[in-house]
Design a protein around this ligand. Structure first.
Ligand SMILES: Nc1ncnc2c1ncn2[C@@H]1O[C@H](COP(=O)(O)OP(=O)(O)OP(=O)(O)O)[C@@H](O)[C@H]1O
Ligand SMILES: [Mg+2]
Length: 368
């Protein structure tokens, strides 16, 4: 701490200084998107979890939306990377750079540090992965980092009261993972994350179009087909079609084909069936009272995958349980994390922190 800064601090007064430090952030860093909400300001960042780097120098060229635009159209020396795979840190250096970028974006004006942040983590993450995330957050100048299990954050964000003594079940379907959790009184009873998510539908669409229609399409095109045509239940108009462009498998030349809703439905089916199976397995063999509560209350869906057309009715029929899609399901986790700032006792009880790894918040106030 320099003398000059010390002087500035006393001049401005501590209260004013605290305002320079943008306060509490809720961070849901998923394999598909990173969402950051700042307390009192709502969702500030909602961007794809991708980063474009120069292959030779390693220099970061673009992050988030900007990098996504380059995906599949990269210049020769550029590569676009999704550093989080299956919700865990697959590429530490790029995860760190990405988090740093998004956190800066979420900060208002002149502040360089944040007092505290709550991040969500998958239940299955190892100590090493947790430490990697904590280190990344520390390097992004966040004073104190709390880590909360995704399932609990999703439940709170979907409106389950933290002191609810009746059990609730939440299924979060993300890009790469499906997390099924049961919660009671703000504690997790059981939680299971599987490498299965909405992007598996994109991959299945790509595979189908290549093998049956002879056209190789990019990831973004496959996702667009999913968003426009995919459905978990028989589509109303099976002949509805979308024209997609790509590369002809035989000739390598540019080409285009029409893909119908019936075709997309056919490739979506095995994946939603696997999701149903996953939910069924996790909800089997729970304590009888918990099972009873869930039977009465039903299951809540969160995550971007929950937006798939007809998924609620499909699961309702398959599982014979009431299914409710949370409001704005992609934001359920970040909403839940934000709400935890108002529940300090719960936060202390459920969060995993390693304060010794991190600088104390007050020590950070004067740092740049
Ligand atoms: N309207 C929609 N219909 C179908 N799928 C959608 C819709 N909107 C978003 N998705 C899909 O949801 C997925 C992203 O969901 P989400 O943002 O919850 O993932 P994530 O949290 O980043 O991933 P994960 O939790 O696996 O790490 C993407 O595969 C996206 O295509
Ligand atoms: Mg997620």
């Amino acid at each position: 701490m320099s003398f000059l800064r010390r002087k500035t601090a006393s001049f401005l007064g501590l209260a004013a200084l605290r305002n320079l430090v943008s306060d509490s952030m809720a961070i849901d860093m998923g394999s598909a998107s990173t969402i950051i909400a700042v307390r009192g300001r709502g969702v500030i960042v909602d961007e794809p979890s991708v980063i474009a780097v120069n292959k030779i120098s390693g220099e970061v060229i673009a992050v988030g939306n900007e990098a996504r635009k380059m995906q599949g159209r990269e210049a020769r020396d550029v590569t676009v990377i999704a550093p989080l795979i299956d919700g865990v840190v697959a590429d530490f250096e790029r995860t760190r750079a990405m988090l740093d970028h998004f956190v800066k974006e979420a900060r208002s004006g002149i502040s360089h540090v944040s007092r505290r942040a709550i991040m969500s983590v998958l239940s299955g993450v190892t100590q090493v992965e947790q430490r990697a995330l904590l280190t990344a957050a520390e390097e992004a100048h966040i004073g104190r980092v709390y880590m909360v299990e995704e399932g609990l954050a999703a439940a709170v964000g979907a409106g389950v009261p933290v002191d609810d003594a009746t059990a609730a079940a939440v299924v979060d379907i993300g890009g790469n993972t499906t997390n099924v959790a049961t919660i009671i009184s703000g504690s997790i009873i059981s939680s299971r994350a599987e490498r299965l998510g909405s992007s598996d539908i994109d991959a299945a669409i790509m595979d189908f179009v290549r093998r049956h229609r002879g056209l190789t399409i990019g990831v973004s095109t496959a996702e667009r087909l999913k968003l426009e045509l995919s459905s978990a239940i028989e589509p109303r108009d099976t002949q509805q079609k979308v024209n997609v462009r790509g590369r002809d498998v035989q000739t390598g030349a540019p080409g285009a084909v029409d893909v119908t809703a019936a075709e997309v439905y056919q490739v979506t089916q095995p994946i939603v069936r696997r999701i149903a199976e996953e939910v069924r397995t996790t909800l089997t063999d729970l304590p009888p009272e918990v099972s009873g509560d869930i039977y009465d209350r039903g299951v809540i869906l969160t995550g971007g995958g929950a937006l798939l057309d007809g998924l609620g009715p499909y699961l309702q029929k398959e599982l014979d349980l009431t299914i409710r899609v949370a409001d704005a399901p992609r934001f359920a986790i970040v909403r839940g994390l934000s709400q935890m700032f108002d529940e300090p006792l719960l936060l202390r009880r459920v969060a995993r922190t390693e304060p010794h790894l991190l600088l104390e918040p007050d020590a950070m106030v004067f740092e740049e």
